[in-house]
Ligand binder design. Structure first.
Ligand code: EPZ
Length: 432
């Protein structure tokens, strides 16, 4: 099994370029099968979750051709099955977007219940409520979600809670329903807007994405399109916090600074300098950062996907900080790993109370999920000595060339198979 071995203590410096947004790409790839014409999608991140979804789409007969690592052409007309089920597809969350896409187009779909990171219970009742409101019958049987309708008819849907997945899934199905659908209390995340823009580029009629009321006028069919995915807000935020944790100076390029405002505001409160450019942000941290309070919220609030990374930086900032996780109830599992590195964090329910320590020290830790894994790498980069981060496959679900990008910023780290003792010894000798 691959692991990252990191020699900490080096300030990150230089430039890093951010890839396309994984969570937008998952939905956009699913949406692309709704057209019978060729759809070209650019700026797709080359990460594991995306590749699993692409395989699932190919398994149902859709022809996918990869022009380069970040561009795919999707030919939805070749589809020959609406049954999406395989071991790998059960492990990712984004596969559930095929339910909305196939239901919208073929009025029937069967998709394996989604997996994804184990960060708490992840019900799909709001997705089902939305599909039923559009006229579908939805059943869960033998690990599959089965949705079927004679026809889909627009409706007024009020989401009981803000859900990115339910907002997008209902938007997909409603795009090809008869009449108008109004989704109230919808999620406003940048990737919800990106999916709406993509659907509109194929001829959909969606207004209001990015606000809490989305209006969709159903259309008969979608045509081909060429579309480029927005930059990944969470990858960008992760590098911003890695720069802050290592007292670094990093220019993070190819971002939309507006999407990063919640993260920027917290870093500035903690004492870092953040300079915004048209499509880049520069984070400079020259001194020890200070404490703050963070509560994760739906966009434009502080993203839950950045919670482990900011908690890690607060663990080595001065004073006592409080981080409240209000989206997923089980997203503090990495705290035990940070404790092995000397962090002083007490978790009570959905709140972490963090007493900043003067430094972390290297240890062997294991990534419990994607974002927590990235946070442990940040901890290792800032820590004194050598840190081994196990289970890097979680990190590779959502970060492309993570260690390569860190190396270009001057980090001392390597990805080495845990059985390759010779390579591990060599790395340790090299970094001293
Ligand atoms: C998406 O998950 C992302 N995943 C997550 O990113 C992200 O953490 C999350 O949105 C919040 O921003 C993908 O896009 C593939 P939700 P999703 O529906 O859609 C509850 C990452 O690291 N809920 O917005 O599953 C739910 O339990 C991943 O990239 C219901 O109760 O999140 C949660 O408490 C991890 N019923 C809250 O809503 C439902 O039907 C928000 O979930 C749906 C959700």
């Amino acid at each position: 099994m691959d692991q990252y071995i990191i020699k900490g203590g080096k300030s990150l410096a230089g430039e890093v370029s951010i890839g396309g947004a994984k969570n937008a790409a998952l939905a956009i790839l699913a949406a692309a099968v709704m057209s019978d014409e060729v759809v070209t999608i650019e700026n797709i991140p080359d990460v594991r979750d995306i590749n699993v979804l692409l395989e699932a789409i190919e398994d149902i007969g859709v022809k996918i051709s990869r022009t380069d690592a970040h561009t795919v052409k999707v030919m939805g007309c070749r589809l020959n099955s609406v049954n999406v089920d395989s071991d790998s597809v059960r492990k990712i969350r984004g596969s559930y977007y095929l339910l909305g896409a196939l239901l919208g187009k073929y009025k029937t779909a069967q998709v394996a219940l989604p997996g994804g990171c184990n960060i708490g219970s992840r019900p799909i009742d709001q997705h089902i409520k939305g599909f039923e409101a559009l006229g579908a019958q939805v059943k869960i049987q033998h690990g599959l979600i089965k949705a079927q309708a004679e026809k889909l008819k627009g409706n007024h849907i009020y989401l009981d809670l803000i859900s990115v997945g339910a907002t997008i899934n209902i938007m997909l199905a409603a795009t090809l329903a008869e009449g108008q659908t109004i989704i109230e209390n919808s999620a406003k995340e940048p990737h919800v807007v990106d999916v709406a823009n993509f659907l509109n580029s194929m001829g959909a009629n969606i207004k209001g994405a990015g606000t809490d009321v989305i209006r969709i006028k159903g259309v008969e069919k979608l045509h081909g399109s060429t579309y480029s995915i927005i930059p990944d807000q969470i990858e960008a935020g992760t590098f911003m916090l890695a720069a802050a944790a290592t007292k670094g100076d990093v220019l993070i390029k190819n971002v939309i600074p507006k999407h990063l405002e919640a993260i920027t505001a917290k870093l500035v409160e903690m004492g870092a300098e953040v300079e915004e450019f048209d499509d880049a942000v520069r984070v400079v941290a020259t001194k020890k950062l200070g404490h703050t309070q963070v509560k994760t919220l739906a966009y434009p609030g502080f993203p839950t996907d950045m919670q482990p990374q900011i908690t890690t930086v607060l663990a080595i900032s001065s004073g006592t900080s409080i981080v409240t996780e209000s989206i997923f109830e089980n997203r503090f599992k990495y705290v035990d790993e940070l404790t092995k590195m000397g962090a002083s964090i007490k978790v009570e329910g959905n709140t972490a109370i963090i007493d900043g320590v003067s430094e972390l020290t290297g240890a062997i830790v294991s990534a419990p999920d994607l974002r927590a894994g990235a946070a442990l790498v940040i901890a290792g980069l800032a820590a004194d000595g050598i840190t081994t981060v196990e289970q890097v496959e979680y990190i590779e679900r959502g970060y492309e060339n993570f260690e390569k990008k860190m190396l270009e910023l001057g980090a001392m780290m390597a990805k080495i198979d845990s059985s390759n003792e010779k390579a591990i010894r060599k790395f340790k000798l090299k970094v001293g």
